[in-house]
Write a protein that binds this ligand. Structure first.
Ligand code: ATP
Ligand code: MG
Length: 428
């Protein structure tokens, strides 16, 4: 017999126990975004490949080796499963002239795809919540995005996530720094690894981001961009920091924070934890004033950030924040012809009143059905035999706190359950 088909490596099923935690997370995230006036945008998962090579940069890890790209067999168009959301969001903003008249605060959530080596916190299909703001040039929005992170960690009950910030200045400033970096690395060519040698002339800034322990000393002593920044870039960076200090958000400046995507300028930031091993960055973002113009739109200042949902959920689970399985209010067991015809009507009637109900399906003895009712964690079983059904009644049995089972008319059932649930709430 052939082996059963498995999911694609690095692309995971999210089973009900875990998926309930995802939904709780999504509820918290939605109400948090509403609290800052951000509006949803829903974007395609597949985009034309040139969108990503132009937006993210040809000489980046993502475009060089992580994209799931293919040719549409019907028309030969090169397509890619989105590896991140900003490029598609900018495309949509341009295509629908969203940011022309007034600024926009937008967010999206959903799966992203990167062909990486799967490990804890690193998957080939993973999920992001992305936040973008278009049409704001000042440091106030950069700071808003950072403050949003701080509040969300709090809303999620997470601590130990620290903030690192940096500034990448503007293109001309980076060009001066880049020239000096190349000179420095050339003078130390024997210390460069293969990756760094390859990047030396294409993207030397990315060498600063190396994870190779043998190169850390070299990289730490490299020329710093901040020494090449003009007064405007410095003022923007100071503006962000001023707001962080005013609101009391601790941060460290990490001059080696350069981000793996080419579109950033001025502010960049990451939220990092030590609790997830090497995959410690849970959220990252920054300003990308050039991107809208670069993709053919009218020059529009912009900034944004994205967080890794799997990494945040891993932190939440580690912190013991897994909620109990969501229980329904009542489980209906039934046996006999009249009872089995009444049961779906009872269930629908209770749902009309706003109650959550599991209707037993698949038959079986009362005893085996009652076992399922117990396992469901519902506070009530509703028992219907032909006896009850013929009298237009059911038996209501509290399952949790040892109350008496009693017969009750079908039309009084919803009120009785609601009353008991309210009484329980008052007691607890
Ligand atoms: P890393 O350095 O960990 O590869 P990155 O710089 O490539 O991250 P971004 O493109 O900034 O990541 O994406 C934002 C966030 O999305 C990351 O901080 C991380 O939380 C999450 N993320 C990125 N790639 C993956 C992945 N393959 N699996 C799970 N989460 C990911
Ligand atoms: Mg990466």
């Amino acid at each position: 017999m052939s082996r059963n088909i498995q999911s694609v490596r690095g692309m995971n099923d999210i089973l009900p126990d875990e998926a309930e935690l995802w939904e709780r997370f999504e509820e918290i995230v939605r109400s948090w975004l509403k609290g800052y006036g951000y509006r949803p945008i829903r974007l395609p998962i597949v985009e034309p490949t040139p969108l990503f090579s132009r937006a993210i940069g040809e000489v980046t890890d993502i475009v060089e080796k992580e994209m799931y790209s293919f040719v549409d067999s019907l028309n030969g168009e090169p397509l890619t499963l989105r590896p991140e959301g900003t490029a598609g969001c900018v495309r949509a903003v341009i295509q629908h002239s969203l940011a022309g008249e007034r600024p926009q605060r937008l967010y999206y959530t959903g799966p992203m795809f990167r062909h990486e080596r799967p490990q804890k916190g690193r998957y080939r299909q993973f999920h992001q919540v992305g936040v973008e703001a278009f049409g704001f040039a000042g440091p106030d929005v950069d700071a808003e995005h950072i403050l949003m992170g701080a509040r969300l960690w709090d809303d999620l009950g997470l601590d130990g996530i620290r903030l690192e910030i940096n500034t990448l200045g503007q293109a001309e400033e980076r060009a001066r720094h880049r020239a000096e970096l190349i000179t420095y690395f050339e003078a130390n060519a024997e210390l460069l690894d293969e990756d760094a040698r390859r990047r030396l002339h294409s993207n030397p800034l990315r060498i600063l981001d190396t994870k190779n322990p043998a190169m850390q000393e070299l990289v730490a002593a490299a020329p710093k961009l901040i020494d090449h920044l003009g007064p405007e870039s410095l003022a923007h960076f100071e503006g962000v920091q001023q707001i962080l200090r005013d609101v009391g958000i601790p941060y460290t400046i990490n001059p080696r924070l350069v981000r793996g995507l080419d579109y950033y300028n001025l502010t960049v930031f990451e939220w990092v934890t030590d609790r997830l091993g090497a995959q410690g960055t849970v959220c990252a973002g920054g300003r990308y004033d050039g991107l809208v113009g670069q993709l053919g739109g009218k020059a529009t200042p912009a900034c944004g950030f994205a967080m890794g949902v799997e990494r945040l959920l891993a932190l939440i689970s580690d912190a013991g924040g897994v909620p109990a399985p969501v229980a329904v209010d009542a489980y209906i067991v039934h046996q006999g012809d009249a009872a089995s015809r009444l049961a779906p009507r009872v269930a629908e009637g209770l749902r009309d009143q706003g109650l959550d109900v599991l209707l037993h399906c698949g038959g079986g003895s009362f005893k085996s059905q009652m076992k399922k009712a117990d396992a469901s964690a519902a506070p009530f079983a509703i028992i219907i035999g032909d006896d009850e059904a013929n009298a237009g009644e059911v038996s209501l049995k509290p399952l949790r706190d040892g109350g008496e089972q009693k017969r009750i008319g079908v039309d009084l059932l919803a009120d009785a359950i609601i009353q008991c649930l309210l009484d329980d709430e008052d007691e607890s």
